[in-house]
Design a protein around this ligand. Sequence first.
Ligand code: AMP
Length: 114
Amino acid sequence: MADCIFCKIARKEIPAKLVYEDRQVVAFEDINPQAPVHTLVVPKSHFPTLNDVGAEEEGLLGHMTLVATRIAKDKGLHATGYRVVANCLEGAGQSVFHIHLHLLGGRRFTWPPG
Ligand code: AMP
C-alpha cells in the first residue's frame, strides 16, 4: 500500500535495521524499543489489522510466529524467555495499521500487560 510505513520499509523505500528477510516477511528493530530486544516481524503483504486476515493466511501467520521464535533463538532469548505480541486496533495499542508481531525480550515482563 502506497502510504503505509511498513510497506515502505518492506520495499526498502525507507531505512530500517533489518534483521531478517524472506519471500513473505521482513523483520527489523523497533524504532522505539520497549525492551533490550524489540524486533518487529512484518509481512510483505498489506493487512491493516488482524481482523482483516482470513483463513487463507493461516500459513502466513504461522510463518510470522516461527520467524519470531527463530529470531528469539538467534538473540539468545530461548532459555530466559520472551514475549510475542500483536496489538489489534487502537483499543489494544495498535499504532501502525499493517499487521506485525512484536518480539520482546532481554528483561522481565509482568502479566497482565498494561
Ligand atoms: P503497534 O503500536 O503495535 O502498532 O506497533 C507499532 C510499532 O512500530 C511501535 O512499537 C513503533 O515504535 C514501531 N515503529 C513505528 N515506525 C517505525 C519505523 N519507521 N521503524 C521501526 N519501527 C517503527
